[in-house]
Design a protein around this ligand. Structure first.
Ligand code: ATR
Length: 281
């Protein structure tokens, strides 16, 4: 009797350092179950100087792809033989596809953030005033996907203003988003400005540092979105205190995973259930 099920699963992994905290294996296991896909997904700790070797080993072992997390997203960008447009725009890669033509590098982080805001939180970015806090890798990764939604205005603010200014300059030079007003401001020059969506893409949640934001920064019914997840950050506490609707980055984590799953498997999993399960602990 013949069976339509393959004998062995397709293998995927998430590569990082550290990696033991990663929730990606449980998320992808839930997606596989939900969609009836036969795959296995594991965590792999790569040595800090051993990312390329780790990827090549997985390829030789017949893995179909991998996610890449801190601190290897830029190395993954450099390693890929082909980049998707969004990976090119982000300057970083979080999803690798091992294809017969070589390694394809993609970036699903920005799509995950946009999907969480628009589909899960039901807030349209189009026409809104958006403040992006931070100018590191996390901010770069979501900049273009946010701009592609046509906000009325995008302001980037960062402790080191020069980095925010050079992000704005790059966008201007590219010229793809001429209809969006894109500016950079120092924290101290934000007073008097109000935003509908405020996104914290800094790493301040890791160190419990506060950001010197004016208390009037949130427009009525504003969304305050912290790309970190796992606990309430000082930015989230500040946003609660000043009347904003607050979201952490768990939805983005699950949605970027769903987007990677879609890239690999061609099928979009349901995200609500696993999101609720992780929240419930
Ligand atoms: P990631 O990949 O998480 O973006 P990163 O590239 O190191 O990490 O960027 C960290 C971001 O958090 C930067 O925007 C950084 O500001 P600087 O460019 O001025 O370094 C920001 N950040 C980190 N600690 C901060 C703090 N205590 N206050 C304000 N911003 C901070």
């Amino acid at each position: 009797m013949s069976s339509t099920l393959p004998n062995t699963p397709d293998y995927y992994a998430v590569i990082g350092h550290p990696i033991e905290h990663s929730k990606s294996p449980i998320i992808h296991a839930a997606f596989a179950k939900d969609t009836g896909q036969y795959l296995q997904y594991e965590r792999i700790l790569a040595p800090l100087d051993g990312f390329v070797h780790t990827v090549k080993t997985l390829q030789q072992q017949g893995y179909k792809g991998a996610n890449v997390t801190v601190p290897f997203k830029f190395e993954a960008f450099q390693l890929a033989h082909h980049l998707t447009e969004r990976a090119h725009d982000a300057g970083a890669v979080n999803t690798l596809i091992f294809s017969p033509e070589g390694i394809v590098g993609d970036n699903t982080d920005g799509a995950g953030l946009v999907r969480d805001i628009e589909q899960n939180l039901h807030i349209k970015i189009s026409g809104k005033r958006v403040l992006l806090i931070g100018a590191g890798g996390a901010a770069e990764g979501v900049l273009h996907p946010i701009l592609a939604q046509s906000p009325a205005l995008l302001v980037i603010t960062n402790r080191t203003l020069d980095k925010a200014l050079s992000m704005v300059k790059k966008v201007e030079e590219q010229g793809d988003y001429r209809y969006v007003s894109v500016n950079a401001y120092a924290f101290e020059d934000l007073s008097g400005q109000q935003f509908d969506i405020v996104i914290n893409a800094t790493s301040t949640g890791l160190t419990d540092s506060t950001l010197p934001l004016p208390s009037t920064i949130f427009a009525p019914n504003a969304l305050a979105y912290d790309m970190m997840y796992g606990r309430e950050t000082p930015f989230m506490t500040f946003a609660y205190q000043h009347g904003a609707q607050v979201a952490d980055g768990l939805g983005m984590l699950v949605e970027q995973a769903a987007e990677a799953f879609f890239v690999w498997r061609g099928i979009r999993p349901v995200t609500q259930v696993i999101m609720q399960q992780i929240r419930a602990g």
